[in-house]
Write a protein of this length. Structure first.
Length: 144
């Protein structure tokens, strides 16, 4: 009987931990970075709530001016993502999800007190060579 009770307790514990609460997914944003571009990026059409989590997902870096150019390789490359403006920004670490195709992601927080903010991505290789891609402008809104 004791063995059965112990087994039942373990099963309940395992099932209880598997049936944990649902995860809340943050807002997502996807954009493309081009190395050689003369155009000014257009702001997002979606407004993101200030102070909330945001996930940059499936973002792609190209080594040229358009999608016909080679993707930027991200093997052994550090990805730094800044979110803010010229006077105040927070840096986050980006991660390659498909390094050979220039695809990365990053989790961050939408800055508060700004009607819009910039996202700036800098990559650095093992030899400390770095490149900063052009800013992406993101619109925000105060939550209720």
């Amino acid at each position: 009987m004791k063995r059965f009770s112990l087994l039942a307790a373990v099963v309940c514990l395992v099932i209880g931990s598997v049936i944990a609460g649902d995860a809340v997914q943050p807002a997502t944003l996807t954009f493309t970075n081009f190395r050689d571009t003369a155009s000014i990026p257009q702001p997002t059409t979606t407004e993101y709530y200030q102070g909330t989590s945001i996930r940059l997902t499936n973002c792609v870096m190209y080594a040229g001016a358009d999608t016909n150019s080679s993707p930027q390789g991200l093997n052994d490359v550090d990805i730094s993502v800044s979110m803010g403006n010229e006077s105040s920004a927070t840096d986050y670490t980006g991660y390659a999800s498909d390094a050979s195709n220039g695809v990365y992601y990053c989790n961050g927080t939408v800055p508060s007190g700004m009607d819009w903010f910039y996202i700036e991505v800098t990559i650095t290789d093992a030899n400390t060579n770095s490149y900063t891609y052009q800013w992406q402008k993101v619109l925000t809104r105060d939550p209720l």
